[in-house]
Design a protein around this ligand. Structure first.
Ligand code: ADP
Ligand code: MG
Length: 619
């Protein structure tokens, strides 16, 4: 066969059912798509006005209206944006996957940027056929002398087009819902979906239920006492002197007037403003409105960048109620102020989902599937950037506002520790800014803890001071070695339950040994990680194996007593625990105020803490 070339053709009869069924998993998404198209239509016209390509009347007010008719099961989407000519309808609507948004940007690429234009793939409009049997378009282009167009399609693959009768600029799309989708013409259902996707869309959206009786509100109006009675009017008009008296006569009257419609969205959400222009009160109010959390957030980070990609957003650090509060945040992802989804893990690092926040990234394609996001290098960069910003904010706070850092630490710490466990880059950035509460209730870093311990042991009177001179050298060497060993492996004592371990705490305090309070369940995996990262440190629960500093060397007499004790205790524990294999070790305590204490190996202690955690979470 001779060489042939051509382009593949798609049979819309076959492809259409696929689009209807598979393009979007959620049927309610058509609200988002049709309102986005209205918003794009407005944005385009605004851009043309800026370029001086059109003159709009002074009283022009851009808006999108959504009108449901629960009786007839229809929904209308009306915008006063750019509109379409007949040719444009043919090009952008009749050709599936042909985007007028792309064409617009291409045409004006030297004069404008893609700010706020949502459309991209040329598929959104067709989401209307997921819920409607019949769709009509009535549109009038902004261009002078444009002829209105009426377009109708029943089912999607065939359409009819002719001159229409729309008199005002813009587009009106009517959906005649199919039986399965009647719910969307319900006022509350429709509002709910609009609020979900469009709360922050950049154009004002007005919602109306055409079947609902018109709503009125009461307003107070000054009623001129004179005006009320016709007969007095003449007397008062000319005589200025009476004016004052007259106004005293005037009464206030409540009147019923049609309620002024309010937009259902906020077209300029806080994240779109520059951080310098936002007050603390605004941040808090935005937090309340979006997350319905009436506890004040601890603090927040306002992200704002346009290079190397566009990204804006606000991340809030919530206040935890109790130590055991499960951390469960929400990060809402937006594309040009259009809601995409909550907690998309490809874009937002997992540990950041403990926070509450909004992120708007216009560079993120709106319609692509999540599996596509997963493998996208760009998406990974976004995620890294967000991580970096959060780490910068926290470390900055440590450096310049340590007081607050310490004040917030108990709330921050689970989040930071989780971040360290989950994200190497975050850990690298944060590792020097991890603090621990010690027995005195002060916050210190690990190096500070270790140094304080070293200082103490340096000041401690040396035990083996009087020594046989012949062994002195060897002893000295050994001591040197011991010191090195000490440097190599610092033991860090910790408390997991201040009440249960209070006896040990007191003992440690008396002996002047410090310990760190690590009571959150994230602490177990966290200290294991620290140990893995650094061979020179070892954590030991305050009530596990006795430390050198607490015990005293036993003399001959003691040893015998201790041996007896071992025997009796072994018997006792074997019986009590019903266990044959058991090893008991008895050592002599230095502190005489403490008669006895039980210790377990560090491994057993950690096991206990793990079990406690599992039980608590029913795992
Ligand atoms: P996209 O928005 O991704 O371009 P759509 O399928 O949503 O794809 O829409 C296709 C095209 O139809 C749009 O790019 C636009 O040119 C045109 N269009 C759709 N709705 C409107 C509208 N309300 N006003 C003006 N043009 C519209
Ligand atoms: Mg669109």
């Amino acid at each position: 066969m001779s060489k042939q070339k051509g382009s593949l053709s798609i049979n819309s009869e076959n492809i259409f059912p696929i689009i209807k069924k598979w393009l979007y998993s959620d049927h309610d998404i058509f609200f988002r798509e049709l309102i986005s198209n209205g918003s794009d239509a407005v944005t385009k016209l605004k851009k043309l006005e800026l370029m001086g390509e059109v003159n709009l009347p002074d009283d022009n007010k851009f808006k999108i209206e959504v009108i449901v008719n629960p009786e007839e099961k229809t929904i209308k989407f009306i915008d006063n944006g750019i509109g379409m000519t007949g040719d444009e309808v043919k090009e952008y609507i009749n050709q599936i996957a042909f985007s007028g948004a792309e064409a617009f940007l291409e045409k004006y690429k030297d004069k404008t940027n893609e700010d706020q234009i949502i459309g991209h793939f040329g598929l959104g409009f067709y989401s209307s056929f997921m819920v409607a049997d019949k769709v009509t378009i009535d549109t009038l282009s902004y261009q002078e002398g444009a002829v209105p167009v009426h377009w109708v399609s029943e089912g999607g693959t065939e359409f009819e087009m002719n001159d229409g009768d729309k008199e005002t600029r813009g587009t009106e799309i009517t959906l005649y819902l199919n039986e399965d989708s009647y719910e969307f013409s319900n006022e509350y259902r429709a509002k709910e979906v609009i609020q979900k996707y469009c709360s922050f869309m950049p154009v004002e959206i007005y919602f109306k239920n055409i079947n609902a009786p018109e709503e009125f509100e009461e307003v107070e109006e000054e009623v001129d006492g004179a005006e009320a009675e016709d007969t007095v009017i003449d007397a008062t008009v000319d005589e200025e002197g009476n004016a004052k008296e007259e106004s005293e006569d005037s009464k206030k009257e409540t009147k019923k007037v049609p309620k002024k419609p309010e937009p259902v969205n906020n077209p300029t959400p806080l994240w779109t403003k520059h951080p310098n222009e936002c007050s603390d009160e605004e941040y808090k109010e935005f937090y309340r409105n979006v997350f319905h959390d009436y506890k004040e957030p601890l603090f927040w980070i306002h992200l704002n960048m346009d290079y190397p990609f566009n990204l804006k957003g606000i991340l809030y650090f919530p206040k935890l109620n109790t130590e055991y509060d499960t951390l469960e945040g929400t990060i809402k992802l937006y594309n040009n102020q259009v809601f995409i989804a909550d907690n998309i893990k490809e874009v937002i690092p997992e540990f950041l989902m403990l926070l509450k926040g909004v992120i708007d990234c216009p560079d993120l394609p709106l319609n692509v599937s999540r599996s596509a996001l997963q493998n996208d290098g760009f998406v990974k960069k976004i995620s890294e950037y967000i991580t970096k910003k959060v780490a910068d904010k926290l470390s900055g706070m440590y450096k310049v506002d340590k007081e607050n850092y310490e004040k917030f630490w108990d709330d921050l710490s689970p989040f930071i520790k989780f971040g360290c466990l989950k994200d190497d880059k975050f850990r690298d950035k944060m590792k020097d800014f991890i603090i621990f509460k010690n027995l005195e209730g002060k916050y210190i870093t690990l190096p500070e803890y270790i140094e304080a311990g070293n200082k103490k042991s340096e000041n401690e009177p040396e035990k083996e001071e009087v020594k046989d001179s012949s062994t002195e050298k060897n002893e000295a060497d050994e001591k040197e070695d011991n010191k090195k060993d000490e440097k190599k492996q610092a033991t860090i004592f910790y408390v997991t339950d201040e009440q249960q371990q209070s006896q040990y705490i007191n003992l440690f305090k008396e002996e002047g040994i410090d310990a760190l309070i690590l009571t959150h369940n994230i602490d177990q995996p966290f200290i294991s990680q620290l140990e893995q990262q650094d061979d020179a440190i070892k954590f030991q629960r305050i009530d596990s194996d006795l430390t050198e500093n607490l015990k005293e060397e036993a003399n001959k007499e003691d040893e015998e007593i201790l041996k007896k004790q071992v025997d009796t205790l072994t018997e006792l524990f074997k019986k009590a625990l019903n266990k044959e294999k058991l090893e008991v070790k008895v050592e002599k305590l230095k502190n005489e105020n403490v008669s006895s204490m039980i210790t377990l190996s560090e491994e057993s202690r950690r096991m206990q803490d793990m079990m406690k955690m599992y039980n608590m979470y029913g795992m």
